[in-house]
Design a protein around this ligand. Structure first.
Ligand code: CP
Ligand code: NVA
Length: 301
């Protein structure tokens, strides 16, 4: 593994290795056991979109590993004034030991990896969110103790989260069912990957998707960059594509609920379900730190 660009690039073995290392690093952090694998190293973090979790967990994670992180807002970089990503990649490769980037086009992340000579980590694009899904898988395994035989359900927009959860869930051996409104399906590339699995279901019917599920995921109806489509999207999702008590009744009685956050209560998830499952959801947020530390150690140590 040279980069973390998308879940499609990882083998099952690489995913499990990252999750095992993340568990170990979490244990070491909780027990104050030194784990400074990245002493003297610097991670650059390029943000073209807002972030709370990704920024703080990468920066803190890098510090705990003995290195440092630089917050690079695209507003202040020459990239924001049109300097090509190919040049940015080659320049930053001379200073840094790794780059985390959050941007719009997946191609920009792939170009950074192609032109640079240091590891590139995708911190969210319109296409995918692999760091989040590694944390999600870590959290599911932590709570359920396994993947085999579990059913993962995703309700809502076929967005970056759906794209990454489908691939990650299927690769580790879960059944995956997804309910999206017509016209808001996951990416073609992901659906053609999923077609190879009997355990994958795509439907518009939320109850069918949630039936017997062990873990229910959702995400916002409008992602960053889709603000102008918000009304059209609301019309397509409202009243149906929501994790609520009715959906939880259809799921397994011990079903967990996950949300990458930020959440819009009353839209994709009810306040009551969110609060009833808050411990699982904030474990998921915490695990961003541990999962990303594992990614950085594997790529940069
Ligand atoms: N889930 C997630 O990526 O959160 P941020 O947008 O706050 O980084
Ligand atoms: N789908 C959301 C995820 C935010 C972490 C977005 O892209 O805005």
């Amino acid at each position: 593994m040279k980069h973390l660009l998308k879940m499609l690039d990882l083998s099952k073995e690489e995913i499990i290795d990252l999750l095992n290392l993340a568990d170990q690093l979490k244990y070491e952090q909780k027990h104050k056991i030194a784990h400074q694998h990245l002493k003297g190293k610097t991670l650059g973090m390029i943000f073209q979109k807002a972030s709370t979790r990704t920024r703080v967990s990468f920066e803190t994670g890098m510090f705990q590993l003995g290195g440092q992180a630089l917050f690079l807002s695209s507003r202040d970089l020459q990239i924001g004034r049109g300097e090509p990503v190919q040049d940015t990649a080659r320049v930053l490769s001379r200073y840094l030991d790794g780059i985390m980037i959050r941007t719009f086009a997946q191609k920009e992340v792939e170009d950074l990896a192609q032109y640079g000579s240091i590891p590139i980590i995708n911190g969210l694009t319109d296409f995918c969110h692999p760091c989040q899904v590694l944390a999600d898988l870590m959290t599911v395994r932590e709570h359920k103790g396994r993947f085999e035989g579990l059913k993962m359900c995703y309700i809502g927009d076929g967005n970056n989260m759906a794209n990454s959860l489908i691939v990650g869930g299927l690769k580790v051996g879960m059944k995956v069912s997804v309910a999206c409104p017509k016209g808001f399906e996951p990416a073609e590339e992901v659906l053609s990957f999923a077609k190879g699995y009997d355990s994958f279901v795509l439907t518009t019917d939320v109850l069918e998707a949630a039936k017997g599920a062990d873990v229910l995921f959702t995400d916002v109806w409008s992602s960053m960059g889709q603000e102008e489509e918000a009304e059209k999207r609301r019309a397509a999702f409202e009243g149906i594509y929501q994790i609520n008590d009715r959906l939880l009744e259809a799921a397994h009685r011990d079903a967990m609920v996950q949300h990458c956050l930020p959440a819009h209560r009353g839209e994709e998830i009810t306040e009551a379900v969110f609060e009833a499952h808050a411990d699982e959801i904030f474990d998921e947020a915490e695990n961003r730190l541990h999962a990303q530390k594992a990614v950085m150690v594997r790529l940069m140590a």
